[in-house]
Structures are given as C-alpha cells and as structure tokens.
Design a protein around this ligand. Structure first.
Ligand SMILES: *[C@@H]1O[C@H](CO)[C@@H](O)[C@H](O)[C@H]1NC(C)=O
Length: 261
C-alpha cells in the first residue's frame, strides 16, 4: 500500500514536471511566433517592432525599413501619438513586457529624454515639457502640484514629498490673495489650497483676507467683463497634455538637484 502511494506520488510529480515543460514549450513557441508584420503587406505600411517599443518598420520602396521613434517616445501606430506615430510611453500600453525601449535617454538640461514631461528641479508647482530637447517651463495652477507618476498636475494629497502647498505656509487654514484678482482667492485647508471665488457682488479684501462689500482699496464694484487675457492663458496651462508645442527655452541657473520638501 505504502509502495503504491509512493509510486502514485512519483507519477504525479513526473506529470507536473512534464506539464511545466509543456507550458514552457508553448510559451517559447508563442514568443518565437510573434514576428514583425511585413509593413509592405498591410494597408498602413507601418508596423510595430516585435522586441523594441521605440522602433518600428515602414515600407519604403517595397522594402521593410526599421526606424526609431524620437528619443523618449514609443511606437503608437500610424497617425497616432504626439509625433511620427510615436507617443509618451506612459500614455497607454504601448510598451509592455517583454517589449522594451532600447534607445538610451539622450537628455539635455531639464529633459531626461528629448521628448517627454519631467519634474522640476526645485519646485512642486512647476514641471518641464520637452520637445526635441527644447524645455518649456509649465505651471500647475488651481492649487495643484506636479505628479511625476501621472505626468500631470494633481491634487497635493496624491503627490509624495509635496503634500503641503507653499502657498499655505504662512497660515495652513487661512486665505491667500490670488495675484491681483478681485474675486478669486486661495482658501487653505490644513495646508492644501483650494481656488475660491467670492459670492457675486463681493470682492476679496487683501487686508482682512475675506470677501467684503466693495469698494476696497484695490477693488471697485465688480462688473461683468470677461477675465483679462493672462488669466485665460493660465487656465489653459492647467491641461498640460494639450500643449506640446515647443516655445522659448527656459534657462534655470540652479542645476538639477531636486529638494522636494
Ligand atoms: C531636433 O533638433 C535637432 C537639433 O537641435 C534638429 O537638427 C532636428 O531637425 C530637430 N528635429 C525635429 C523633428 O524638429
């Protein structure tokens, strides 16, 4: 009886060993079956590489030719991505295991890669968008901070190392004037700022730090004119993914060290 049990166990062990081998064989077969599509046989004339997410194949004069995505980007598909069919690697599942990025980062000041969105060296409210190595400084507004994992502006509670906003340093539960605005202000709640607007017909008084009946020293009775152009400009910057256009290079005299607290 004991012997029979042992035999049975041995058989099962052998079976499971064989099953493992079989599974291994199947996965090898699967990996070696994943081949580059011939770009000359498909309508788009462009195909992803099978191993490297930052390379792709294009049909040039009847021949498949391999190309690199711009530095920092990965292949997304024809007419997709931010440029040349390539996109930021975090945007989607463009670069998943076992595929890897093979080209090394070709960084310049402020830009780890020539294309991408990167954290600021010295500020939690600022970040860099890089386009072909040209860095443009961007600002998170509305009390948001730059989140390096999301590559965008986010609520302070989601941003490690930058929880409390410097705006609220003086009084973690006080109000703070917003530039020269007569009806908008920051309301700090436990160190987190929230953008607020005074009720209609009231203005923000920078002395008492409250909404009061106008006029105050700086603010007359509110009118219904649209906000000045620079405020509109500021609102637009809040949506970083929509503004990848290159613009003037920003020179930061303070190196790349990044104290975040
Ligand atoms: C990127 O910049 C380099 C040099 O700064 C330039 O030669 C190249 O044409 C630029 N590429 C694009 C796509 O703008």
């Amino acid at each position: 009886m004991r012997c029979l049990q042992k035999l049975c166990c041995n058989t099962m062990a052998a079976c499971s060993y064989l099953l493992n081998i079989f599974a291994l064989c199947v996965s090898f077969a699967f990996i070696s079956c994943v081949q580059v599509e011939d770009p000359c046989k498909i309508k788009s004339r462009v195909a992803a590489d099978d191993k490297y997410c930052d390379k792709y194949w294009e049909c040039d004069g009847g021949q498949a030719v391999q190309y690199d995505c711009p530095n920092g980007l990965v292949f997304a598909g024809k007419h997709r991505g931010v440029t040349e069919g390539c996109d930021y690697p975090w945007r989607s599942n463009y670069c998943e295991y076992p595929k890897v990025q093979i080209n090394p980062p070709n960084g310049v000041e402020h830009c780890d890669w020539l294309y991408g969105i990167f954290g600021h060296e010295t500020s939690c409210t600022r970040y860099w968008t890089c386009w072909n190595g040209t860095a443009t400084e961007q600002l998170c507004i509305g009390g948001l901070l730059y989140n390096e994992n999301a590559h965008s502006c986010d609520w302070p509670e989601n941003v490690d190392g930058c929880q409390k906003h410097p705006l609220c340093n003086e009084d973690p539960n006080g109000n703070v004037p917003l530039g020269k605005s007569c009806n908008r202000y920051w309301q700090c709640q436990g160190g987190y700022p929230r953008l607020q607007r005074c009720p209609a017909m009231l203005v923000f008084d920078r002395r008492s730090l409250r909404c009061v009946v106008p006029p105050t020293e700086e603010c007359d009775v509110p009118t219904t004119t649209p906000p000045p152009p620079e405020e509109v400009q500021e609102e637009r910057q809040q949506v970083p993914h929509k503004s990848h256009r290159p613009s003037q290079e920003y020179q930061d005299p303070q190196g790349r060290s990044r104290p975040r607290n």
